[in-house]
Design a binder for this molecule. Structure first.
Ligand code: NAD
Ligand code: UDP
Ligand code: UDP
Length: 343
């Protein structure tokens, strides 16, 4: 093994026993809850590439086996069908806690289940982290800022959230999950990390998941009009999934405890987004306006100063570069052929 080669010394006549042993740190056992989902499956790939042992816990509410099927033969990979609302006993070194539906369509489908997942599910995973002394990373969300009155959003901003609305199961659920994480940090000495993730897109998103990028891309590929909710002037900032995964891993390995924004500051109105999708998928794609959903945040853009300073991280892939990669994946899954370019 490499570490034995590093010991060297023999030929120079230096006594091996006197030299410090250079033994590589043992590989980590990492739990990824929600690892069969969009973000989780990309994270799992990176952790396996790094050499870790990975356990995925997922109840397949919004996740899919196809997202992780390519890892099933890997002896360092293990898949457990389990709902995080129920306790579980495992022995691991790190926990990436992602389990929670992320699309408004799915998290509003059964709001009581969503808030249980956020509160009881997070409590269970923190209890597990406490018992086995594992480091714990919560995937929180930019939704904790609600319909923000500060722009762009800094981690210090406390947010503007409706506590009794139809999005509250998610927004307030994640806010409580953050509270639990900080209380387990202060009260039980659990090493916690909190990522506030802004809108993320990329390959493996569920085609009918209902979020705006997947909707627009699938609609344009199917030659259906893209559904713009409201006046389309609300903004979001879209991050490519590989940038997020890099940020999550840096945050886990770093020393910072409090929340850190992970997002791409490039801000687009939904009308601008539809133009980008048109330019990538189909210049003749049409839009249709639909009524907006309740409590829809008007604007959102991360201030990523903290991530830059603490993690040396910033996103590398702008929307115009990331979108074609997602479109290729959607094309394949929808069986839509690429048009021949005669220009
Ligand atoms: P996703 O819906 O694709 O993945 C979530 C995964 O969690 C799915 O595999 C689902 O089956 C699983 N899950 C849900 N409830 C569960 C439960 N009770 N027990 C076990 N497994 C459960 O969503 P995603 O986009 O991959 O998001 C992952 C995490 O990142 C979520 O916690 C989400 O809140 C957070 N996040 C995502 C975004 C984004 O834009 N993608 C933005 C902010 C925050
Ligand atoms: N828990 C778990 N796995 C573990 C340890 C704890 O699922 O390995 C759950 C446990 O069932 C409890 C929650 O995590 O519901 C919080 O655990 P903690 O030990 O902090 O609290 P307590 O059990 O003392 O209420
Ligand atoms: N949206 C849209 N058309 C769609 C889906 C969403 O115009 O088909 C809008 C939605 O109203 C919101 C924005 O796109 O203003 C982002 O919505 P998404 O569900 O992707 O994520 P959110 O940031 O709301 O969690």
């Amino acid at each position: 093994p490499a570490y034995q080669a590093k010991l060297g010394g023999g030929a120079l006549g230096i006594g091996l026993s006197r030299r410090p042993l250079v033994v590589p740190s043992p590989k980590k056992r990492v739990l990824v809850t929600g690892g069969a989902g969009f973000v989780g499956s990309h994270l799992v790939d990176r952790l396996l590439e790094r050499g870790d042992e990975v356990i995925v816990v997922d109840n397949f509410f919004t996740g899919r086996k196809e997202n992780i099927a390519h890892n099933l033969q890997n002896p360092r990979f293990e898949l457990i069908r389990h709902d995080v609302v129920e306790p579980i006993l495992l022995e691991v070194d790190q926990i990436y806690h992602l389990a929670c539906p992320a699309s408004p369509v799915f998290y509003k489908h059964n709001p009581i289940k969503t808030i249980k997942t956020n509160v009881v599910g997070t409590l269970n995973m923190l209890g597990l982290a406490k018992r086995v002394k594992a480091r714990f990373l919560l995937t929180s969300t930019s939704e904790v800022y609600g319909d923000p009155l500060q722009h762009p959003q800094k981690e210090e901003y406390w947010g503007n959230v409706n506590p009794i609305g139809v999005r509250s199961c998610y927004d307030e659920g994640k806010r409580t999950a953050e509270t639990l994480a900080m209380d387990y940090s202060r009260g039980a000495g659990v090493e916690v990390r909190i990522a506030r993730i802004f809108n993320t897109y990329g390959p493996r998103m569920s085609i009918d998941d209902g979020r705006v990028v997947s909707n627009f891309v699938a609609q344009a590929l199917r030659k259906e009009p893209m559904t713009v909710y409201g006046d389309g002037l609300q903004t979001r900032s879209f991050q490519y999934v590989s940038d997020l995964v890099e940020g999550l891993m840096r945050l886990m390995e770093g020393e910072h405890i409090g929340p850190v924004n992970l997002g791409n500051p490039g801000e687009f109105t939904m009308l601008e987004l539809s133009e980008v999708v048109k330019s990538v998928v189909d210049k003749d794609a049409r839009i249709v306006f639909k009524e907006n959903t309740a409590d829809d945040p008007h604007k959102r853009k991360p201030d990523i100063t903290k991530a830059k300073q603490l993690l040396g991280w910033e996103p590398k892939i702008p929307l115009r570069e990331g979108l074609p990669r997602m479109v290729e994946d959607f094309r394949m899954r929808l069986g839509v052929e690429k048009p021949i370019d005669n220009s």
